[in-house]
Write a protein that binds this ligand. Sequence first.
Ligand SMILES: Cc1ncc(COP(=O)(O)O)c(C=O)c1O
Length: 351
Amino acid sequence: MSSVLKPHIARMSAYVPPLEGRDPQRFTLLDFNERTVPVSEPIKRALIDFISGDRLQMYPSYSDIGQRLADYCGLAAGQVMITNGSDQGIDLIIRAAAASGDHAIIPGPSFAIYRQCAAVQDLRISEPRYSRDRGFPTAAVLAAITAQTRLIVIANPNNPSGTLVPREDILAIAAAAPQAAVLVDECYFEYSRETVADQLDGHNNLFVTRTFSKTWGLPSIRFGYVLSAAENIRALLNVRGPYDVNQLAVVAARAALDNPDYTRDYVREVMLEAKPLLERYLHDAGIEYWPSGANYLWVFPPDAAAVNERLMQRGILVRPKADADGKPGLRVTVGTVAQTEQLIDALKAAS
Ligand SMILES: Cc1ncc(COP(=O)(O)O)c(C=O)c1O
């Protein structure tokens, strides 16, 4: 029977991350780049208070959250739009910027959602490759730009490689493609501290996406935001629904912004203590990994599948991710110092 759906949609395959069986009581979860310890008490309290206040029957209203985020980012409220996770921001930008047959440049390997959203829009995708030694493929991206290019995705830092993109390169790409939306995904901003959010004035084709899923520890609650020129945000609000972000997400995000220390302290432990510890071990053990600006390392032990299996047997989940040539690797989230010591012990036993 023929489908009533657009043929390219019916032909697609779904992005299905391996979420089943992730029991935090059984496993140390180093597989989704999440915060590896629970969020702070004030956030839980704010959610419980909201539920106890008998307001669940009302539609969400967002009040000052845009302004709060603008203050956090050093921007004007009109340059911010809240979204249902940064995945929604990515989708809205792609939907608003590009139409069927348009050209998109999405360097890879990278986060699967970019290609998923681009495929839904039926875009033609070029995929210049990241490399361990040369990093982001700036020259290849510049060379791939044509008059039909309507979207360029720059994950900074990239997932799974952790690669940071030099700010001058992002701005050079934005200048070279004024007809394209340049989507800079700063999902891991609080880890990397790298941003082009201060460059929105004068760069009308720059779109930054961010999230409360990673450092802030709230992926279950789905809260993200887009930063762009005010005229772009006004247009994107024509696409986002008025209630797409649920009220509990806004309650949690506001409480998180009121209590930034729990995030700051966690980031400090991960980036300044735990990650150097893991890097030192990998270096000394001669295990290859990619330089990373985020809370994860893309690691290539000699027999990645066997190492993954043995880590699982010792109660640690990591994420198998092959490189562009098909070489198997493991993307390993860095957690606390104690969790990293546990990981290193398990890696020693597994290698
Ligand atoms: C690079 C990148 N962007 C976006 C996301 C999605 O974040 P969110 O939970 O805000 O949708 C992820 C999640 O893993 C990611 O790695």
